[in-house]
Every structure is written in C-alpha cells, then in structure tokens.
Design a protein around this ligand. Structure first.
Ligand SMILES: Nc1ncnc2c1ncn2[C@@H]1O[C@H](COP(=O)(O)OP(=O)(O)OP(=O)(O)O)[C@@H](O)[C@H]1O
Ligand SMILES: [Mg+2]
Length: 336
C-alpha cells in the first residue's frame, strides 16, 4: 500500500469516528516507515500515537465528542475548539513566570507518578496581569506543548449574553469540558469586577460567579483549567482560593523589551547600526503586544518605502507614533 493510501484510510477512519481502525492504520503506517528504514520518524510517530494523553483520551476524543454547546436563547456557540503549534520559546517572559508555567506542564505530564504519592498535579491556574502581556498566548502555548486542543471560552460573552441563561450556559460548558481532556481557557474573566457599580447586575453576576466556582470545585476532569483576567484587584479571595496557582504577568523590563524587539524584527534585514537597546529604553511601560505592534509598523514602513533594510528611523517613528496614540486614548478616557 502506498503512503497516500494509508493516509487516506487514516482520514476515513477519523471521519467515521472508528477509533480502533484509526489506531490499527496508524500502526500500519509506522511499520511502513520502519520498512523504509525511517527509524527516527517511526519512533516519533509511535510516541505521538501512544503518548499517555492520547491513549487515555482516544476513546473520548473519537467516540463521544459532544456537539459544541450553544446559548439556548440566541444559539451562538459557547466555546471554540482551537489547535495551536507554538513553542514555549516564543513566550518572552521573566524566568519566574516561565518556571511557573513549566511546573504546570511537568506536573501534568507526571500526573500518574504524582498520584502514586497521593499528590495531584496543578490543574486550575489563574492568569492575572496587564493587557497584552501574554495570558491568552500562554494558554495557547500550554495547549501546544501538551498536544491537547484548547477549549476557548469567552467568559464575558457567556455572561453578558443573557443573564438569566448564564447558569444553564455554564452547566453546558462544564458538561462539555467533562467529556474530554483539554486545556480550557476561560478568557476575559474580568466581567466579575466590571459591573460592580450596577447593583442589580452585580448581584446577578455574583450569583453566576458562585455557581461558576461551585462547578469548578465539583469538576471531575484531568483537563487543565485556566482563567485569565486583567482586573486582578477586583477578584475576591474566594476566587483566588479556588485556584492551585496564580500567575501574575508583569510588564516587561528593559532587558525583556530588548529581546522582544530582536525577536519581532527577525524577519527583516537591518542596518548595521540599529540600536535595540535604545528602542528598549524608549518603550518603558509598553507591553509585549504593544512592542509587537510597533515592530510591525516599522517593518511595514520600511517595506512599502521599498527599502530592503530596516533603519533606526523607522523604529523610532513607530515608537513615537504609538506613544502619541496612547496619549490620545488616555486623554479620551480621562474625559469620561
Ligand atoms: N510575553 C510575551 N512574549 C512574546 N509575545 C507576547 C508576549 N505577550 C504577548 N505577546 C504577543 O502579543 C499578543 C497578544 O498577547 P495576549 O493576547 O496573550 O495578551 P493578554 O495578556 O491575553 O491580553 P488581554 O488581557 O488584553 O487579553 C500575543 O499573541 C503575542 O503575539
Ligand atoms: Mg487575553
């Protein structure tokens, strides 16, 4: 059988949700690679097919995948399944945060060993910190590294949709989570703090948050549950207590900003005298997402002006432009 035949059979078995056939054809394919003396490839594929997570979840993944839950009132999907292929090296962050994330990943991989000592891996993690510092990005990276799909839930969308429906929406989301092993991200968890001025809404949201916390407590799942917010001050102690770890994302210091400039500007050729340290020193208070935006602006300016090299001038201008833009935004917000 040719490689194409095998892959075609593999796809068909996936479509038919026939897990046993899928595994059998995958094995045939590995043997096929071995016969071609592609031992490294074969080993790699074997590892992917029989990794702890895939064997554990194969049944769930192929047999009882539930339909994506939808809002009863309006019918919009309550979550999204996303797949990423990112390396942890793409995250430029303090070594403390990297260590915390690493720990979550390693404990998940060694969950079986930990359980023989009656210990549980950290599963519920709260990400806090300023916008654009890498909270959503970290969830994508954990999902990539663990080779698990990311179940993405916009917490605010579920709640703001229709308050009366929220509890049942949450129930559906948790039922879905329990049907498999995933990395789950409750993003934009901020809603909890936002409506505190409106007493009626606030009371309702409080009830919803309580039912969320109860569902979180009762959740029986191997999944990693992440929640991200940039209003950490507003989260009360009852919420903090529910999480096994809280990771606080700070704005990058000058060294990290320099690294960010270097990485984001990698794709383009640069003048020899370009000074990344200067760019880093000019961008105090910028988040990684801000620096990304500035570097993209600088590269675009260089490219459309038909220069094939990026100069310091483009970087400086893009930084200044960003600072002006932020000033306008802050002035407008101040007027409110
Ligand atoms: N620490 C980082 N290292 C590298 N790139 C980063 C980092 N933080 C953010 N970025 C870049 O900025 C983009 C936006 O970041 P992200 O969405 O993770 O921010 P966030 O913390 O979730 O912000 P928000 O609170 O607004 O949701 C990312 O997709 C990534 O390209
Ligand atoms: Mg985010």
């Amino acid at each position: 059988m040719t490689t194409t035949d095998l892959i075609k059979k593999l796809f068909l078995s996936f479509n038919e949700k026939d897990n046993d056939a899928f595994v059998q054809i995958a094995r045939e394919y590995i043997e096929h690679e071995k016969r071609k003396k592609h031992t490294v490839v074969a080993k790699d594929l074997e590892k992917a097919l029989f990794s702890a997570s895939s064997v554990q979840n194969a049944g769930k993944r192929f047999k009882n995948t539930l339909p994506i839950p939808r809002d009863t009132e309006k019918g919009f999907p309550l979550l999204e399944i996303q797949h990423f292929d990112k390396s942890i090296d793409a995250l430029i962050i303090s070594s403390e945060i990297k260590d915390q994330l690493d720990q979550v990943i390693r404990e998940f991989k060694d969950a079986d060993i930990l359980s023989t000592y009656n210990l549980q891996n950290k599963k519920k993690i709260l990400f806090c910190g300023r916008p654009g510092t890498g909270k959503t990005f970290s969830a994508q990276i954990i999902s990539s590294v663990l080779n698990l799909p990311l179940v993405y839930i916009r917490f605010d969308a579920i709640i703001s949709s229709y308050l009366g429906e929220t509890a049942s929406n949450l129930r559906k989301v948790f039922d879905y989570i329990e049907s498999g092993t995933w990395v789950v991200l409750f993003d934009e968890f901020d809603i909890i703090g936002k409506n505190r001025d409106d007493n009626h809404e606030h009371g309702e949201i409080k009830r919803v948050v309580n039912s969320f916390l109860q569902m979180l407590d009762n959740l029986k799942s191997d999944s990693i549950i992440l929640a991200a917010t940039n209003h950490q001050n507003m989260l009360d102690p009852a919420i903090w207590r529910r999480f096994d770890d809280v990771i606080y994302y700070e704005l990058p210091d000058e060294n990290i900003r320099k690294l960010l400039f270097e990485i984001y500007l990698k794709p383009i050729k640069k003048d020899a005298d370009i000074d990344m340290a200067k760019a880093a020193s000019m961008t105090d208070g910028f988040s990684p997402a801000d620096i990304k935006m500035v570097t993209e602006e600088a590269m675009k300016t260089a490219i459309i002006s038909s220069k094939n090299h990026l100069g310091q001038n483009e970087i400086d201008c893009a930084i200044q432009k960003f600072i002006r833009r932020e000033k306008v935004r802050n002035d407008l917000m101040g007027d409110k």
